[in-house]
Write a protein that binds this ligand. Structure first.
Ligand code: SAM
Length: 275
């Protein structure tokens, strides 16, 4: 328990700092969460004033990364809303796959890797003809989750939505943990980057599909717009964006065209021939 009591005004100041630096926007209803995380960090560093801590953040990039690692919410699991991704493969790629020499997919804000690895498992299971064309890139702002993704070792809870035979096929069980097999691992390249980092744009550019699921909810409107515009600009013409089911870009970007399927919405960067 920290000796220093973090007050509302301190949190307000940190809220603005984080927003400007990272786009992460902690609404006031999340201040209790932020306070607990911050107290942990100040205790570890033996710093007892937020002013001192903010000064440190302004000069020490490593500390910003440490704080980001502490406060990001990384909840994810294998095969989360996989029907949406399956719809992309069945309806969009489907019989047209001969037109694609490769399929470039980016998982933006991939957390510990469950999302991009799930795409790879889905394709191996249901669309084997596409395996050799698949090129998956994934990044996240939190360095800890990227390390975990690269190791590819998971607890059973992460696998709660996969059936037993698929687990046996793609994971190696060891000491109660599950290691993703090399064949799947090789299909994904991971990077520790923010969506707003120009290097992330370099990775996204020319994508057929970008997934940005359950991350826009943590941004204020300005950064939401920025992120969605980056996705739009970096996608190939007629490429697609997938969002989390509870997310929408209503009021954020009007260039994407919504494509509806039963229970699924895909966002298309529609570019007509000659336009
Ligand atoms: C709730 S997880 C979502 C993971 C996965 N996309 C899913 O839907 O299961 C949100 C992730 O967004 C990441 N994140 C937050 N801000 C980010 C940013 N500016 N750039 C990249 N990743 C970010 C967090 O570190 C966290 O791992």
């Amino acid at each position: 328990m920290s000796v220093y009591k973090i007050e509302y005004n301190d949190l307000k100041e940190l809220q603005i700092f984080l927003y400007k630096k990272t786009g992460l926007y902690f609404e006031e209803r999340k201040f209790d969460y932020l306070r607990i995380k911050l107290e942990n960090r100040l205790d570890k560093l033996r710093i007892y004033s937020l002013k001192e801590y903010l000064n440190l953040l302004k000069t020490d990039l490593k500390e910003i990364q440490q704080l980001i690692d502490e406060i990001t919410i990384n909840e994810t699991y294998f095969m989360r809303e996989i029907d949406v991704i399956d719809t992309y493969f069945s309806k969009i790629i489907g019989y047209n796959h001969h037109n694609f020499s490769r399929i470039k997919i980016v998982s933006a804000a991939c957390s510990s890797g469950e999302e991009p690895y799930s795409i790879s498992i889905l394709v191996m299971e249901k669309y084997p003809a596409l395996v050799d064309k698949l090129n998956i890139f994934a990044f996240d702002i939190d360095s800890n989750v990227i390390e975990k993704a690269k190791k590819g070792i998971y607890r059973q809870f992460s696998l709660r939505a996969i059936n037993r035979s698929t687990i046996d096929k793609y994971f190696i069980k060891n000491n109660g943990e599950y290691k993703i097999n090399d064949k799947i691992k090789e299909t994904v390249s991971f990077y520790n980057l923010s969506i707003f980092d120009p290097r992330a744009y370099e990775i996204m550019v020319g994508s057929d599909l970008i997934l940005s699921r359950n991350v826009l909810i943590y941004f204020g409107i300005e950064y939401k717009r920025k992120a969605v515009n980056l996705f739009y600009e970096s996608l190939k013409d007629n490429g697609y964006l997938i969002l989390g089911r509870s997310e929408s870009i209503y009021n954020v970007n009007s260039k994407f065209v919504m494509v509806h399927y039963p229970n699924v919405i895909l966002y298309k960067k529609e570019v007509k021939n000659g336009s």
